[in-house]
Design a protein around this ligand. Sequence first.
Ligand code: NDP
Length: 317
Amino acid sequence: MANGQQLMADSQSQSLKLKSKYRMTRIIDGKEIASTIKTEIATEVKSLLDHGKPAPHLAVIIAGEDGAALSYVNSIEKQCKGVGYICSAYKFPANVSEKDFLATIDFLNRDDEVDGYIIQMPLPKQVSMDKVVAHVDPKKDMDCFHPINMGNLLLGNECYAPATPYGVMELLRRGGVETSGKNCVIIGRSNIVGKPLAMMLLQKDANATVTVCHSRTENLPQVCRRADILIVAIGKPEMITADYVKEQATVIDVGIHRIPDESQPKGYKVCGDVKFDDVAPHCEAITPVPGGVGSMTMACLLLNTMKAYKAKAKSEL
Ligand code: NDP
């Protein structure tokens, strides 16, 4: 069996096991939803190519040897290939000069064949985040770094939403979770997850009543127990237990961690910010880790790239 097919079979079998273990709880299968999105994109790319059009082109800039960042970039290259996109990765050593790094952004801004790009975090210390943001072209900003895109997100205008919150919104929409009128509590106020997600849930197409919590929130379990939909993006492995969850709530776990575990064949287990076994029996629906939000992040990056491709094609008419 090909590697990809084996991974798919493993994921389906994991999903089936979870579904039978938690009979009363709906497991929202991010991998399956992401796979549907990628199939839709691949069909669209095939049609573009059949009509003699170029394939969408995503570029990635990365500096340094951070393992998680490199594996994310490798995964982007693989997923782009899978749907028929062109992917260019600009990989620099950790000591790349700020001048060269910024020159690469300028080069991608000018390159008409590139539809969009992302700049992988963390940046090396000699490269200023402020300068990077100032060089990013909002039209090619696939990760919503630029204040113009973030401002448009806040105003509810058309923009490139950051891939992870976009992934959560698609997961809710395609996973059949109603947000309108619901109490939605987000734990985490980062610029890449919590804050943009709160803005997206507030917009008139989602209509949620939103509370955003953080490390200074008092009575956190009590606040969380008011949630019809609890979205967790804290970065603390398995912190959220059943004490934080209202009966029959929907729980979306954004967190992703590798925890050393000698009982596992690879010596580690992958888990989220939610203690799944403790929380799942109390939920109406829950996302697993892996196989939840993480899969959606990549799919939504691909969706943003297609959107940029179409916007460019329209502007060339
Ligand atoms: P950050 O570290 O930037 O933000 C964490 C947030 O959680 C902060 O707002 C922090 O509060 C809050 N927080 C931390 N501890 C507590 C606590 N004890 N009680 C209440 N709030 C707390 O993380 P990110 O937003 O970047 O990521 C969050 C998680 O999501 C991580 O596990 C990350 O790996 C994962 N992630 C997953 C992605 C995916 O594709 N699946 C993509 C991006 C992230 P304060 O602001 O007060 O410090």
